[in-house]
Design a protein around this ligand. Structure first.
Ligand SMILES: NC(=O)c1ccc[n+]([C@@H]2O[C@H](COP(=O)([O-])OP(=O)(O)OC[C@H]3O[C@@H](n4cnc5c(N)ncnc54)[C@H](OP(=O)(O)O)[C@@H]3O)[C@@H](O)[C@H]2O)c1
Length: 323
């Protein structure tokens, strides 16, 4: 968030950093100055115009209303407020108009995997009316925060010289007890991303529920399987998008090329998406089945568009609306 605020020359007169008691007193830079991290539970939030929250749902449920009550507009990265009917859930280039109705002083930033697919899906809805999505995700470890990044990096570095033996036997390397993920993530693919809440995971629920809210299609059918892959950053999504009318590959490609925040490429992949703002879309093709549908693949940076960038784009849109 700090990097993106600077990159985009976001208008900031004064910045304050808050965290848990673990980080209080730590010093972090801002444009050549040193800013001391404050305790987020201090209750001292006066004079703040915009508060960018990214401390998880538990902290957000408690703190966001308190900060909003003291006059700040909260833009929250967690899942806490996303499905609250009084809280807009916004990808500015898709449903920025929802920002005209901010009732609780809180705006929710969507789930990182959902955001990556939204502008492309909106473009297809505009030309062909979305009816149904069948989705498989390929989610990077940084989607589970620093703990996820550290777990993959450690498993890979600890066993560096032994990895080739996995070609013959998946048990040839002992990666140790998984902590953040449901199994070893190095050299593996885990078809449970997030936690099981019923027959589905919370990540699968988020993708369905948030897509419906952002695209304003409450009846949209969404079948989704969320998978964690050994990629550091860059969530990818493979999508079958069923439409209300026949759309050719050329027409879909044209619409996707014009979608804001999207770049159409031959080979979308997480490595190319990490560190850039646009979501990469490719493998666009008409589905060969009996129903009108387009298949495509999208990769996007879950820390930028999936989190920090989208939050700051929301802040920019709010400022523009107020001007
Ligand atoms: N990673 C992604 O791709 C992504 C994308 C979209 C949304 N999100 C959401 O963003 C939130 C944060 O995710 P993350 O990946 O950034 O996690 P993370 O790397 O684990 O960082 C969490 C941060 O929250 C702070 N924190 C925890 N409890 C706090 C409290 N009670 N008060 C104040 N600060 C507190 C921690 O501070 P300390 O270091 O002081 O403990 C830490 O800096 C989650 O809700 C996540 O679902 C993540």
């Amino acid at each position: 968030m700090r990097t993106i605020l600077e990159e985009r020359k976001f208008p900031v007169d004064k910045i304050r950093y808050f965290a848990s008691p673990n980080s209080v007193g730590k010093v972090l830079p801002w444009k050549g100055n040193e800013i001391t991290v404050e305790d987020a539970n201090s209750g001292e939030y006066g004079g703040i115009d915009i508060a960018l929250f990214s401390a998880g749902a538990t902290a957000s449920i408690e703190l966001a209303p308190k900060v909003a009550d003291q006059g700040a507009l909260v833009i929250d990265n967690s899942s806490a407020w996303r499905m609250d009917p009084e809280v807009p859930l916004v990808v500015p280039e898709v449903n920025g108009h929802a920002l005209s109705d901010i009732r609780k002083g809180i705006i929710a930033n969507p789930n990182c995997t959902t955001i990556v697919a939204m502008s492309a899906l909106k473009a297809l809805d505009r030309i062909g009316s979305l009816r149904k999505l069948v989705v498989s995700t390929y989610q990077a470890v940084s989607g589970a925060g620093l703990a996820g990044v550290n777990e993959l990096a450690k498993q890979l570095s600890d066993k560096e010289g032994q990895l080739m033996w996995l070609a013959y036997d998946g048990r040839a390397v002992d990666f140790g007890k998984p902590v953040t993920f449901v199994g070893p993530i190095a050299a593996n693919v885990l078809p449970i991303a997030g936690t099981l809440v019923d027959e589905e995971t919370n990540e699968e629920h988020k993708f369905r529920d948030e897509s419906r809210k952002i695209l304003e299609l409450p009846e949209l059918e969404v079948s989704v399987t969320c998978v964690r892959v050994p990629v550091f950053t860059g969530h990818s999504v493979s999508i079958y998008a069923e439409l209300g009318r026949e759309v050719s590959t050329a027409e879909a490609t044209r619409a996707l090329s014009e979608a804001p925040g999207v770049k159409v490429v031959d080979l979308p992949n997480p490595l190319d998406s990490a560190g850039r703002d646009q979501c990469l879309v490719g493998r666009i093709r008409k589905d060969p089945g009996s129903r009108p549908a387009i298949n495509f693949f999208v990769s996007g940076d879950n820390l930028r568009k999936g989190a920090a960038l989208n939050a700051i784009q929301i802040a920019e849109a709010v400022i523009k609306n107020r001007a």
